[in-house]
Design a protein around this ligand. Structure first.
Ligand code: MG
Length: 453
């Protein structure tokens, strides 16, 4: 109002009258001259260059340079040379994602503006009517991350800048130490400590001890299931884990943070008892004690132990993680970002976690592509409630397919600072490594009963 009264010859009362009656002449008299000045102002060069650009094509690029199926989505635009890539890796059903991208998303996206990522996400999300499953969410993630990549390239900034800039110097990460015996695991922990890692996850054999069980399972003797089916004896596993922690703590000391993944493979009450027995070893976290079907057990776990819990690797629906976060039943969010639809929903989950002091710990093994790892890293840098990042060290073969992979130094992950996500794909190299169709998640008990991961 001070501005209105500053106009020569206009009192405060006159100015209010003009505004409330909407007098066109009065308004023109009041605002004509500042508006005219605004209209005359030229767009500064630093804000130009954002002319509308359309999507020309959306396609999936499946590749498996390290054996794990990866799916990348490439979005090409009407601007020559401008494209983006995103991670759409659902490693167990890679070809289903390829179909969803090539046969449906391409048709849905061609001709649309590359700029409006939120609108694209919302419209693509409901375009199938039935939604929110792992195949369609991964396809959507590939599109979403590729559009963020394009936006970063257009802005000439690494993605984390568009998400608010850095909250930290780099991305603190954890390494994986496994082995057939606790002693071998302790050797591996010491190797990572000597490389500067402050956090190491410890596992004896595969998840649930798969591959290291001394018992020959009865279901194999009986010829039940397939030869390739895995076996986990829950009793053996539950006995071994405290021993593994004891040996590693004795050998490696108190300074290293130790993590462990139950991977849902035991009964809920057994998981609670196991975690209580691990308290003397001060775990940094215990991961996924329950399958998504058993999240009701989280409140019983919380009531019985203060060991931090990482959870939600298998979640893909907000209704699964909203309650545990809001009720502060978990400490770390383990979501696989492409599984929930990409960077756009992951940022919303991260921001929700900030209000409840639940920290991010995005899933990041070898069945997340380097593009997905870069997406993890950009968010890790930009959100306040970052916790820790799972690491993967890319082989030479993978780096021939993907340039700009994240790197590690002193336990920190560093993302490539090039505009956008900072990772590119060589399609000719990618084609050398076709994806497979084997499903590895058939784990049985001694009597042949299927265990849910
Ligand atoms: Mg896990």
């Amino acid at each position: 109002m001070e501005k209105l009264e500053a106009q020569p010859g206009i009192s405060r009362r006159d100015a209010m009258k003009m505004l409330t009656t909407g007098s066109a002449a009065g308004l023109l008299g009041l605002f004509g001259s500042p508006l005219a000045r605004a209209e005359k102002r030229a767009t500064p060069s630093y804000a130009s260059g954002m002319a509308p650009i359309k999507i020309k094509s959306v396609k999936a690029i499946p590749t498996a340079p390290e054996g794990a199926n990866l799916v990348i989505v490439k979005v090409e635009t009407t601007e020559p040379g401008l494209y983006g890539i995103g991670c759409a890796t659902f490693t167990q059903r890679a070809l289903a994602v390829v179909t969803a991208v090539d046969n449906y998303l391409n048709d849905f996206c061609v001709g649309k503006d590359v700029d409006n990522i939120e609108d694209m996400w919302q419209s693509a999300y409901v375009s199938s009517y039935w939604r929110n499953g792992p195949v369609l969410n991964n396809a959507l993630s590939g599109l979403d991350e590729a559009l963020w990549d394009i936006k970063g390239k257009r802005a000439n900034m690494p993605l984390y800048q568009l998400l608010g800039g850095k909250c930290r110097i780099a991305v603190d990460s954890y390494a994986h130490a496994s082995g057939p015996t606790p002693e071998a695991i302790a050797d591996n922990v010491q190797k990572y400590m000597s490389q500067g890692f402050r956090h190491v996850r410890i596992q004896q054999g595969g998840y649930g001890g798969v591959g290291t069980m001394e018992i020959k399972p009865d279901f194999k003797e009986a010829g039940f299931g397939k030869d390739s089916d895995s076996f986990s004896d829950q009793h053996t596993y539950l006995k071994r884990v405290p021993k593994m922690f004891e040996v590693v703590r004795q050998r490696c000391g108190e300074d290293v943070e130790l993590l462990h993944d139950i991977h849902e493979l035991v009964e809920p009450m057994d998981a609670i008892n196991l975690i209580k027995r691990l308290e003397p070893y001060n775990p940094y976290w215990i991961e996924d004690p329950f399958s998504p079907e058993n999240i009701g057990w989280l409140k019983h776990l919380r009531a019985n132990t203060t060991v931090p819990i990482a959870f939600s690797e298998l979640f893909n629906n907000i209704n699964e993680f909203r309650g545990p976060m809001v009720d502060q039943l978990i400490d770390y969010i383990r979501i696989h970002i492409s599984q929930i639809g990409g960077i756009t929903p992951a940022m919303k989950v991260a921001r929700l976690g900030e209000w409840f002091n639940v920290k991010t710990a995005w899933h990041g093994p070898g069945d997340t592509s380097p593009v997905g790892h870069a997406a993890n890293g950009h968010i890790d840098l930009a959100v306040w409630n970052f916790g820790i990042q799972e690491s993967h060290f890319w082989s030479d073969k993978a780096q021939e397919v993907f340039s700009g992979c994240p790197t590690f130094k002193n336990g920190y992950m560093y993302i490539n600072e090039a505009p956008g996500l900072g990772v590119d794909i060589n399609e000719k190299e990618a084609a050398k490594y076709p994806v497979g169709t084997r499903s590895k998640w058939t784990v049985r008990k001694n009597d042949g009963t299927i265990l849910r991961p």
